[in-house]
Design a protein around this ligand. Structure first.
Ligand code: GLC
Ligand code: GLC
Length: 813
């Protein structure tokens, strides 16, 4: 094994990842905030903040793909004599005597030391608060008195992150600020239609400030050495247009051993229309003052921080495993669950790869995300299901994405992704199984947010599956539309125009024959769930109707979807096979193997086992399973974006981590625990962390969307970290299929699938009003529960019936 440089390590006791070298192979970020106010923060304090929507309410400015990378953030400059430095190394980049960044659950602590002065900054967004707290602690560790000059720095975004980057003829004239004591207010466009402003405050008297970027930085300077810092002199500038910023200037004297806290607060306020101003042109600061008062002392901040930690204690107490393998336990107990919260909050909107302006919440993405999150805060998952279903059309089709602020379907992208509707069943069923709350099915939910169009959520589920049934192709397999889960398999696009989007260009859908085996498998899996749900709520006829459709689909797959050694992927517009041994390239694809094995289509005929073997033979490599094999080496007009990527990247034979768990679940259902585990460990961040920090590049504590595949120039290189369906799927896979704790309507089903080397383990699981302490003894078996003993008495079958209270469960395999 190649020994690679390490940039950090896990600290499980504190639930932190500790970065010890600021020059990570790529910025390693964290997310602050849980509900409305959010921040992205890198290990050098780069990043930005926004309220609810990273496009429409961007509070601070960030320039993607900048030179150098990750320039811009919440910055502190500490000046002693001629030396200026920053606790996070950047932006000054003055070499530090000590540097450490600890990314934790909803907070980041960055500590730097220079010439025996230590600066430690704790960044977090308190619960239910529209603000980011930055608690800076300065400590004089030397034997002499230290006289320091401290500058803070934030750059305002002019709210709409898209126009902020393009409409300069306007932007350079609109900027407005107000300064009051130690608070700098950003009020651009407040005079007209906006009813919100932001502020940056510090809880001490300041000796100066700046609000105009060019005055502070200098037109020909950079964040690393702003004029004001170089000269040690603030300009007290008042921005009118151009680029408003907020910078405090504070003179600090520290005695030997003395330590001092400064609480900086970046806040956001909304006012009612008739309460916008307190005097002509003067913004109403009442709410800002109240917010400031909540965090004006170290004690108050520490209390809010303790509340945040308690919040995460409670969340992470819901599912806890003890296997004795720290690499597994830390992912299950900490990081995988944490990433699930983040993907639930952000879908695919804002990361260091998603600019916050491109995509909002995805219909399919958000349904999958909530499966990883529903056990944490079911009430939020419930609301999300209603929001998502409200963007559906009466025929079951739906908008592919919606904006989080408006909750309205996004017209730019529209609909026509024919897998989308099925995911609503996937998400809703997970919610009901977790909570036992069937009332969600009776909620009245509109179509396309049109008042008056409301039907029950159950009706939405029905039209979802009907959308598949009503859109079958010549082989009675589902028509693919613009694409299925694979956004880049665009079989009706036919584009030679580089200015067209592969996703929205649909040149030839009339008369299309393009069909998807991925949707076929997805339909069978979600159709079976729907049938079980119907039976559960007494809708037996509807259940039978759907069962017939599921059976027909299974037949269609066996007849037209099997290639001999694996499932086909699709039929193209002309009815030709995709993902077949007959094809020159792209002979086998992962998605249909995953979904058709999860659906157990043709299990009795040996199809499932053969398909899983083929995944091992053709798709697996050192870093996981690639999406397709062989990779496409040229653009195929009839296939679309998939063949636009160079070999080994993204949807063209990259390891698209999101779909590896599908095959792993297929393995688990087939009882092949050794294979399931070996696939799982290959993409489990803690295993990758140990081996490949430099090669992998992106954050080692979370999954990324894509790792370069075996055909790539540099296999093993990761990209697109954080916001990926991988988080929810890894969680679903390990919690329910490997460790085998599955919420069900009437209780918890116990059905682990483990490598034969697995030892005894325990899971403590809070479930509705019950708490189960479950001990599982695999005895070298990969699958199959022999006996379950609940509170001392044996249980029939593999479901522990739900009953409130504390229970002990002993499982023998
Ligand atoms: C991205 C998209 C997701 C899609 C996948 C495969 O992760 O967010 O919706 O299914 O790519 O194309
Ligand atoms: C591109 C990406 C794909 C993503 C899609 C949707 O096609 O490659 O991963 O899902 O865009 O925006």
């Amino acid at each position: 094994m190649e020994q690679q440089k390490r940039y950090g390590h896990f600290d499980d006791a504190h639930r932190e990842y500790v970065i010890t070298d600021p020059k990570t192979p790529w910025p390693w970020i964290n997310y602050l905030g849980n509900e409305d106010f959010f921040s992205l923060i890198s290990n050098t304090a780069g990043g930005y903040s926004f309220y609810k929507d990273a496009k429409f309410r961007r509070i601070t400015r960030y320039r993607y793909n900048n030179v150098p990378m990750d320039n811009g953030g919440r910055y502190f400059y500490i000046k002693e004599g001629d030396t200026a430095w920053s606790p996070g190394w950047k932006p000054c980049k003055t070499p530090l005597d000590f540097y450490e960044c600890r990314h934790g659950m909803g907070y980041t602590r960055i500590t730097g030391r220079k010439n025996q002065v230590e600066a430690s900054v704790l960044f977090f967004v308190p619960l239910k608060t529209w603000a980011e707290v930055q608690k800076l602690t300065l400590t004089n560790q030397s034997q002499e008195v230290k006289t320091l000059k401290l500058f803070s720095f934030e750059e305002w975004c002019l709210w709409n992150a898209a126009t902020d980057m393009e409409n300069f003829q306007r932007n350079f004239s609109t900027g407005e600020v107000e300064i009051e004591g130690s608070t700098i207010y950003h009020k651009t466009e407040y005079r007209e239609r906006r009813n919100h402003y932001a502020f940056y405050h510090v809880n001490t008297e300041i000796q100066g400030f700046d609000t105009d970027r060019e005055s502070f930085v200098g037109l020909y300077n950079e964040f690393s050495n702003p004029d004001a810092v170089v000269e040690g002199l603030p300009r007290n500038s008042h921005a009118h247009g151009w680029s408003p910023i907020a910078s405090h200037y504070i003179e600090v004297t520290l005695q030997t051993g003395e330590s001092r806290d400064f609480v900086f607060l970046l806040g956001y306020v909304e006012n009612e229309q008739d309460k916008k101003f307190s005097a002509p042109k003067v913004i109403n600061k009442e709410k800002a003052h109240a917010l400031i008062a909540r965090f004006d002392t170290t004690d108050k901040v520490d209390k809010a921080f303790a509340e945040l930690n308690a919040y995460w204690d409670a969340l992470l107490n819901i599912y806890k495993v003890k296997t004795g393998n720290p690499k597994l336990d830390r992912m299950v107990n900490i990081w995988n669950q944490y990433q699930c919260m983040v993907t639930f909050n952000f879908s695919r909107s804002a990361s260091f790869f998603e600019s916050g302006i491109g995509r909002g919440m995805g219909f399919r993405d958000s349904n999958q995300d909530l499966v990883g999150f529903v056990h944490q805060i079911p009430s939020r998952a419930r609301q999300r299901i209603i929001d998502i279903a409200s963007t559906q059309f009466p025929d079951g089709g739906c908008y592919h994405q919606y904006q989080p602020l408006t909750k309205r379907g996004n017209n730019d992208i529209g609909g026509g992704f024919n897998d989308d509707p099925c995911w609503l069943i996937f998400g809703t069923v997970a919610y009901i199984k977790e909570t036992g709350d069937f009332t969600i099915l009776d909620e009245m939910v509109p179509f396309d947010n049109q008042p008056g169009s409301e039907v029950t959520l159950f009706e939405h589920l029905k039209v979802s599956l009907d959308h598949v049934i009503n859109n079958l192709g010549p082989h009675l397999l589902p028509l693919i539309g613009r694409a299925d889960w694979n956004d880049c398999l665009n079989l009706n696009c036919f584009s030679w125009d580089p200015n067209e989007s592969f996703q929205t260009t649909e040149n030839v859908s009339e008369g299309t024959k393009a069909e998807s085996l991925m949707i076929a498998g997805l339909f069978v899996v979600t159709g079976k769930e729907y049938v079980a749900l119907c039976n559960k709520i007494g809708k037996h006829e509807e259940g039978q109707r759907m069962q017939r459709a599921v059976d027909a689909m299974i037949e269609a797959v066996k007849k037209h979807g099997w290639d001999g050694e694996w499932y086909l992927r699709a039929y193209d517009f002309y009815g030709r096979k995709i993902g077949s041994n007959e094809c020159e390239e792209g002979k086998i694809f992962i998605e249909s193997q995953g979904w058709c094995t999860m659906a157990e289509i043709g299990a009795d005929e040996g199809m499932v086992a053969k398909s899983l073997d083929s995944c091992k033979k053709y798709l697996e490599c050192e870093h996981g399973m690639v999406l397709n094999n062989p990779a496409f080496t040229k653009y195929i007009y009839e296939y679309g974006e998939i063949s636009s990527y160079p070999e080994g990247y993204k949807e063209n034979a990259g390891i698209f981590c999101h779909n590896n768990p599908w095959v792993i679940i297929g393995e688990c259902m087939a009882g092949r625990g050794n294979d399931a585990w070996s696939h799982y460990a290959k993409i489990l961040p803690s295993y990758v962390e140990e081996k490949y920090q430099t090669l992998h590049k992106v954050e080692p504590y979370v999954n990324c969307q894509m790792v370069a595949g075996k055909d790539a120039f540099r296999p093993g290189e990761g990209k697109n970290s954080w916001l990926t369906g991988t988080a929810a799927w890894m969680w679903y896979t390990v919690s329910e299929f490997i460790l085998g704790i599955k919420p069900d309507y009437d209780g918890i089903r116990i059905d682990p699938c483990l490598p034969e080397t697995a030892g005894d383990y325990t899971v403590s699981r809070k479930f509705r009003d019950a708490e189960y302490d479950i001990t599982i003894r695999p005895n070298g078996s990969q699958k199959g529960v022999k006996q379950i003993v609940l509170d001392g008495s044996p249980v029939e079958g593999d479901v522990i019936p739900y009953a409130a209270g504390k229970h002990t469960v002993e499982v023998t395999m």
